[in-house]
Design a protein around this ligand. Structure first.
Ligand code: FAD
Length: 451
């Protein structure tokens, strides 16, 4: 672990904090080597790691605490299941042309292969491959409506009845909502609140999670440390954890909106009304992952190229949350394929358990590729429902229609000049890894100028 660098400014601040903490002498002391730092960063996902790195660079004494036994949060590559790094959360490097992780990865060619996503796309009608002309036609129409509207209303209300009646509508709907059902998607949030200088999508063969982990390999993190309360009634802040209480001048909260909305962290005194209102205006989306390892002969037999987009026709009879999924076949040239489910359907099937998620995908693949599909090609599967992870409680955020105006700005606002907020929900390019990373840097700069 890298030692925290304390320069003259940092040392002065550090001494001041140590004195101020005498006021809390009765509280159990935390046994961390770096106790009572100037700043505590809560969470070691993309944003928390970034905030910590930025503060270290500025010479501020900082402690990053993380509830899980690993860093990365929702951007993590699992190596234990398939023997190769496979993303169980974030996978695509959005805003590719300006994505800082992509730039970093390209500089480390010996470790990472970074490439733009220009994969082919295949569509099946449930049984056989199809050109899906109708699907692409209404998909383009929906995208156009989505791009042009600034209305803070449920997107579904903007869709003409004629499109809704199309037999490909459920499939197209699941492709345009960014993991949200169309009755829960605000074009305002998407078009007005969003800003990203980059464009396009890219991929990292070794996994986005591996790339993030390497990018932040020198950031020290105290793992298995669960924050349960943030007290800001006295001077400074006391961060109560399962391992003791840390006294600090300021903290940066980077936990997901899901965690905050579920009040997993108590604020004493409670957060001000405008912050509560902002939290009320946003919700987590649901996005499940099912990763399936298939025999190489499957990809060969079906002539599947690396990272091929896969969609299958869904007919949910206009259900609010289409019961469908998408895929990215042969990830990075490996024998593992990624499948995803979204919206309320993802939440519901996630509740049923991992086997229900895996069976749903396998049953459809069987109907698409033949009843012998499982016996002939299946090796192994892993399912992840992010709504069930107690430290994320969902995948990423979306503004609730009718409540999205100024939403992201309010989510970013600090409280009492000592509680700062970072994380994907506060980012300009929200709900992304690179946006979360930038939000961490922004919050660190705010803290630095205020303590
Ligand atoms: C399935 C899925 C697919 C996605 N796809 C993409 C994609 O392709 N591209 C993309 O750019 N983005 C994608 N995202 C979104 C992206 O992963 C997130 O926006 C980003 O990783 C969030 O980073 P963060 O630091 O804001 O939050 P997190 O990664 O959630 O980090 C917060 C950390 O806080 C910790 N924590 C929570 N509670 C506590 C507590 N009480 N005490 C201490 N620590 C706590 C958590 O364990 C976590 O590590 C995807 C997300 C999911 C789930």
């Amino acid at each position: 672990m890298k030692k925290v660098f304390i320069n003259n400014i940092g040392r002065r601040k550090f001494l001041k904090t140590s004195l101020s903490t005498l006021a809390f002498a009765t509280l159990p002391k935390i046994s961390f080597a770096q106790s009572n730092p100037d700043v505590v960063v809560i969470g070691a996902g993309s944003s928390g790691l970034s905030a910590t790195a930025e503060l270290m660079q500025k010479g501020v004494s900082v402690l990053c605490v993380e509830a899980m036994n690993r860093t990365g949060g929702r951007c993590y590559s699992d190596t234990s299941t398939f023997g190769i790094p496979i993303d169980i959360g974030a996978h695509w490097l959005h805003g590719f042309s300006e994505n800082q992780f992509a730039k970093f990865g390209k500089k480390h060619k010996d470790k990472f292969k970074i490439y733009p996503e220009d994969a082919p796309s295949v569509v099946y009608d449930g049984k056989r491959k199809t050109e899906a002309t109708e699907l692409w036609k209404i998909y383009k129409q929906l995208k156009k409506i989505k791009r042009r509207s600034r209305a803070d209303v449920p997107f579904i209300t903007l869709v003409p009845e004629k499109i809704k009646k199309n037999t490909w509508f459920d499939t197209a709907a699941s492709m345009v909502g960014d993991s949200r059902d169309l009755d829960n998607f605000s074009p305002h949030d998407d078009n007005v609140n969003w800003y990203d200088p980059g464009n396009g999508d890219g991929l990292c063969r070794e996994g986005y999670g591996s790339l993030l982990a390497y990018y932040r390999k020198d950031v020290p993190v105290k793992l298995n440390t669960i924050v349960s309360e943030i007290k800001w009634d006295g001077k400074g802040v006391q961060v109560v954890t399962n391992k003791g209480t840390i006294s600090t001048k300021a903290c940066i909260v980077t936990t997901s909106i899901g965690v905050l909305k579920a009040e997993k962290i108590k604020f004493t005194p409670p957060l001000p009304v405008r912050k509560i209102k902002a939290l009320d205006g946003v919700s987590m989306t649901y996005s499940n992952r099912v990763l399936i390892q298939l025999k190489k002969k499957f990809y060969k037999a079906k002539k599947i190229k690396n990272d091929t987009w896969f969609n299958t026709k869904c007919n949910s009879n206009g259900a609010k949350s289409p019961k469908t999924y998408y895929g990215s076949l042969k990830m990075g040239g490996s024998d593992v394929s990624l499948f995803g489910m979204s919206g309320q359907f993802a939440k519901d099937i996630g509740e049923e358990g991992d086997n229900a998620m895996i069976d749903f995908i396998l049953n459809d693949l069987k109907s698409t590729f033949g009843s012998k599909f499982y016996k002939k090609y299946f090796i192994k599967a892993k399912a992840i429902a992010w709504s069930k992870n107690p430290f994320t409680l969902g995948a990423y955020t979306g503004g609730i229609p009718g409540k999205s105006n100024n939403l992201r700005r309010e989510l970013r606002m600090p409280v009492g000049d000592r509680i700062f907020f970072a994380g994907d929900a506060t980012a300009l390019a929200f709900s992304t890894v690179h946006g979360a990373d930038r939000s961490g840097k922004r919050a660190a700069t705010e803290v630095y100028t205020s303590i």
